[in-house]
Design a protein around this ligand. Structure first.
Ligand SMILES: C[S@@+](CC[C@H](N)C(=O)[O-])C[C@H]1O[C@@H](n2cnc3c(N)ncnc32)[C@H](O)[C@@H]1O
Length: 252
């Protein structure tokens, strides 16, 4: 027992961690060969991951009738980008104009993660290694190739670098961009405010923004950035039903 944490809560937490470790071991020693594993990944998919798939699927349905790009600020390994490509294939297989764009340093949090960063946002945290953007780009092409009209590639872009610089530059270079959906998953104020300012002129009624930690007082940077940039905007705001710590904003 630590501090005021009840014994039962600690025990439950320990049991959960032990089960997660056992799942990792079981996946590592899986009796399935790689081909079988690809078709049976649900065997090892925890509810905490599955819920993210379900949430993105719900968001996709909301923006399906809008034109414009799907963007993730803070892509890390790019799982959400792959998921968006596959949701695109399911919900609008013939829409080859749906660009999917991922922004990340790919070297983790920059030296000074900035105002209101939380402890996991330390310098270099989430470093994917320098070869990873090429690996992810190929992974996205491979998924695209398996989907309808896969012979027409090019629906994805990975923008490497600090978003405080890359987001303003990207939208200055691509003033025609419309943004249907953007997911903010970096955390600190500086890159978030830069990304919000950069995309705001490219949003339209119905555009959806998903925030990872808008309501988390432990790291207020995201909320401060949002309130600053959208002070005079008209929008609806709601918590994500299946994932209450996440927040959805829909432009009016
Ligand atoms: C929590 S992780 C993102 C996880 C990912 N969205 C997912 O769901 O798997 C945060 C990411 O933001 C990136 N990041 C943080 N600050 C950044 C900045 N200033 N510019 C670009 N990327 C940044 C980190 O490199 C890291 O990959």
């Amino acid at each position: 027992m630590t501090g005021d944490t009840p014994v039962e809560a600690t025990t439950a937490q320990d049991a959960g961690l032990a089960a997660r470790e056992r799942l990792r071991e079981m996946m590592n020693a899986s009796p399935l060969d790689p081909g079988e594993l690809m078709f049976n990944l649900g065997l090892y998919t925890r509810s905490s991951l599955l819920v993210k798939f379900l949430v993105l699927s719900e968001v996709y349905k909301r923006i399906q009738s809008l034109p414009g790009a799907l963007i993730e600020f803070g892509t890390w390994r790019g799982q959400n980008l792959v998921l968006m490509e596959n949701l695109r294939a399911i919900y609008e297989p013939f829409n080859k104009q749906r660009t999917i764009i991922g922004f990340d340093t790919f070297s983790g949090y920059p030296e000074d993660a900035g105002m209101a960063a939380k402890s996991t946002e330390t310098h270099g945290g989430y470093n994917t290694g320098s070869a990873y953007p090429d690996y992810l780009a190929e992974l996205l092409r491979v998924h695209e190739a398996m989907n309808a009209f896969g012979h027409i590639p090019g629906g994805h872009q990975l923008i490497a670098g600090d978003v405080a610089q890359t987001a303003p530059k990207y939208f200055a270079d691509h003033p025609e961009t419309l943004v249907a959906f953007a997911f903010f998953d970096m955390g600190p104020y500086e890159p978030t405010v830069a990304a919000l300012k950069a995309i705001r002129p490219h949003l339209m009624p119905g555009s959806v923004l998903l925030f990872d930690e808008l309501t988390w007082t432990g790291a207020p940077g995201e909320a401060i950035a949002f309130k600053e940039v959208f002070r005079d905007a008209r929008y609806t705001i709601e918590k994500v039903t299946l994932y209450p710590s996440k927040t959805l904003v829909t432009l009016l």
